[in-house]
Design a protein around this ligand. Structure first.
Ligand code: ZN
Length: 353
């Protein structure tokens, strides 16, 4: 399923992809790609989208502290993508590994608009209260536009469609265009998960569409909400790229979600000791039609049996090296994944339909 090709084929593929990327610099049409950086923030989230026109959306800001490590990594990715400003920063929810890096990021690079789900709902947690308060301070400077997003709305970001599917515990009521609305066979045997009372099920989740390509990001949405969203009817439809919910923790990423959205590629933003639970990893690997799972880190909990092979790991076991994964996508639905550690790119052809 994800073995690399024989050496001769690799060389041929490499020269092909080199040719593709070489011509990308020269041909004006070839710049019409969506770039997505999966930045390694050690078990938090920071996913940067840059449209062909140079508009940018960052989903989450990684952790606070660490001498600005995560803000620096985000700024480096922005520079690599050729953007000097982040137009939209979407905060999925108020946990430290998502909102924590916002202040450091704002000190590092200009930001246009912040988007979030509204109030912090985890008022019993000092961490959430602190993260939310620091974020409110940032908004109170008056320097930024601010959107409180609701399920069903399309965010005002040009060059791709960003539709809100979950926010503050609320969900879209109707199936989405482009494949939603079919009965979900995975619901039949699924037990109702326990209700999660943290900020996780409040996550601001989005379906991002670029031409024929569909990408799903639900932040840290938990299985109880997955069931509400996906049973008995799959309201999302199929996606090409699934940004693995909740870093691959077992409280999220149930089969009712993953086996219904049938991603071609899944990208897990786990840390060495955060996420990548074997149970959740198995659900992804068994997903019908999955071509590859990519991981930002080797997850120690899983051991070799529950981690992808080295070419699909941005960072191997051992010291933090901060390598990222980058998707370059075309409107016809084809895309490629670059591993910044190996400098190798794997191509995924457009689906024939
Ligand atoms: Zn998280």
């Amino acid at each position: 399923m994800r073995g690399f090709l024989a050496k001769g084929m690799v060389a041929a593929l490499l020269s092909l992809s080199l040719g593709l990327f070489a011509s990308a610099a020269a041909a004006p049409g070839a710049q019409k790609a969506l770039q997505i950086y999966f930045i390694d923030v050690e078990g938090g989230q920071a996913t940067l989208f840059v449209t062909p026109e140079g508009k940018s959306l960052l989903i989450d800001t990684g952790w606070p502290g660490n001498n600005g490590r995560d803000a620096n990594r985000i700024a480096t990715a922005a520079k690599d993508a050729g953007v000097k400003k982040i137009d939209f920063v979407l905060i999925t929810h108020y946990h430290d590994d998502h909102v924590g890096g916002a202040s450091q990021l704002a000190a590092k690079i200009p930001i246009g608009t912040f988007i979030d789900h509204g109030e912090n709902r985890e008022t019993t947690s000092e961490g959430s209260k602190r993260g939310f308060a620091a974020y409110q301070q940032l908004l109170a400077t008056g320097k930024y536009k601010h959107i409180t997003a609701k399920p069903g709305e399309v965010l005002p970001i040009s060059g791709m469609q960003v539709r809100v599917v979950t926010a503050d515990g609320e969900l879209i009521e109707r199936p989405l265009p482009g494949g939603g609305g079919k009965e979900n066979a995975s619901c039949a045997n699924a037990a109702k998960p326990p209700v999660d009372v943290t900020e996780n099920p409040r996550s601001l989740g989005t379906l991002i569409t670029f031409g024929k390509l569909r990408i799903l990001d639900l932040g840290d949405l938990t299985s109880d909400k997955e069931m509400d969203l996906m049973c008995p009817m799959n309201k999302i439809g199929a996606v090409d790229i699934y940004i693995v919910s909740h870093h691959g923790f077992l409280q999220s990423g149930s089969a009712v979600l993953v086996h219904a959205i049938t991603p071609r590629v899944a990208v897990m933003d786990n840390g060495p000791k955060k996420g990548g639970s074997p149970v959740a990893w198995d659900v992804i690997e068994k997903s019908p039609g999955l071509e590859d799972l990519w991981q930002l880190r080797y997850a120690e909990e899983g051991g070799d049996a529950h981690n992808v092979a080295a070419p699909f790991l941005a960072n191997l076991q051992g010291p933090d090296t901060g390598n990222y994964l980058k998707v370059t996508a075309a409107a016809d639905g084809s895309f490629a994944v670059l591993n910044s550690r190996t400098r190798e790119t794997k191509k995924y052809e457009a689906k024939k339909n």
